[in-house]
Design a protein around this ligand. Sequence first.
Ligand SMILES: Cc1cc2nc3c(=O)[nH]c(=O)nc-3n(C[C@H](O)[C@H](O)[C@H](O)COP(=O)(O)OP(=O)(O)OC[C@H]3O[C@@H](n4cnc5c(N)ncnc54)[C@H](O)[C@@H]3O)c2cc1C
Length: 491
Amino acid sequence: MANKYDVIIIGGGISGCAVAWKLAHYNLKILLVEKEADVATGTTKANTAIIHAGYNADPDKLKGRLNVKGNEQIKEISKKLNVPFREIGSLVVGLQNDNLKVIDQLYAKGKENKVKNMKIVDRKWLRENEPNISPKAVKALWAPTAGIITPWEFALAMAQNAVANGAEVKLETAVLDIITDSDQVKGVKTNQGDFYADYVVNAAGLYADEIAQLVGIEKIKITPRKGEYYIYDQAKDFAVNHVIFPVPTPISKGIVVTPTVENNLLIGPTSEKVASKQDLATTRSGLLEVISGAKKLYPDLDLKDTIRVFAGLRAADETEDFVIEAAPHLKGFINVAGIQSPGLSSATAIADFTVEIMEAQGLKLSEKKEVIETRPEPVRFYEMTNQARASLISKNKDYGQIICRCETVSYQEIIDAIHGPVGARTVNAVKRRTRAGAGRCQGGFCGPRVVEIIAHELGIDPTEVKQEEANSNILEYKIKELLGKKVIENA
Ligand SMILES: Cc1cc2nc3c(=O)[nH]c(=O)nc-3n(C[C@H](O)[C@H](O)[C@H](O)COP(=O)(O)OP(=O)(O)OC[C@H]3O[C@@H](n4cnc5c(N)ncnc54)[C@H](O)[C@@H]3O)c2cc1C
């Protein structure tokens, strides 16, 4: 049966993509369904992008165990998948009058969690290694194994590699119900029809509680917790060499100051419970909290050269831990819920743990004889030397046509993004794959060209091109049609 699979995964965030990637190593027929037009459009696209070292969560929590394992795996996996990961290390910086005992407690917790190479560093070390840090900084926990990654590229790379190994990814496919037969899961009902499998993984992020409720599980209760951010232009001349945390509070790691992989400076997030799972609005009070928090660590930091504000929503379960378990009453239904921070850092370990649960439920795992372990490196024109660019253009002149001038993104890179595995269908999907629109002008110049290219390549009308989710169409009319309409109306 064409629509029969071994495993169906609901949700194409980092958790669902990691599970699909892992399962695609075995002789299994895998389907990942995602309600939006791209992977990584949920929490996975808006977070601090840190691969945490693993000293925050208690060792008896899943978060504590899986973070450290995920961190240990990241170097090898990111290399194989050609996802840039920078192991720049993190510092929890104590200022005068902070409760400095917390730093020693984090160090002790890190030791229990088996985080490697941590050190407590003093004022002198901080001055030498973080020249812009507040003069009030007296002591810090240094965890050199922490790093930064581009979260959506990590998720996309795993989805693409899963596809290369035979998995299917169906976008714009929303699960509406779960098909069961007495105590066995049998598949999912979606807006694109029914798909069958004896194993269904619920990795629906903020909506994982609602998916669980479809099979009568009431114990998962997701409360969205918003985090707001500022991002700076790459041109901002302000050195921050590590991921810098303040001393944390019981519910938040506090306002972080960190570089991104692409050399933007990022500050945030806040931590505020909100009522709606769609409330991604930034607020005046939230953004004031972000800049004042960042200035405690870096008093000379100002808002000059910020290019965008954004917010992400943590999918926090009441237990404040990951909820990764098989449904007790429904064989084959596995929840991967409550994946708040450090979900990104733990993703590959979450996948291992989920697959172990499925195996214990009877899923047969036989490794494929020939697994494709690597993902071909996408062309990153903006990173290339002029010589390398010239060589590329001599083979394909479309690499010489620059569409996004801020980030030096070429026409051919956009074409590659649209026609590659798990291809881009929206403007934001092109941005995530190429950085077109991610620069100083935020798509002001290249946006219309990107719409035109997507429409042409997908054979759709420009008015059908979306920014991201359903109903986010960018153009309402073609100007000539609008003028024609006005002429008719005025006649
Ligand atoms: C402010 C903030 C900062 C963070 N910082 C960090 C950090 O620095 N490091 C770190 O390790 N972690 C961090 N995290 C946590 C990390 O971002 C998350 O743990 C991770 O992204 C969760 O991924 P996910 O796949 O579980 O969920 P999501 O990314 O939300 O994916 C769930 C997917 O399911 C889809 N879906 C939902 N319902 C359906 C349906 N009915 N049918 C089909 N598809 C459906 C959604 O569209 C979505 O794409 C942070 C989170 C936030 C909000």
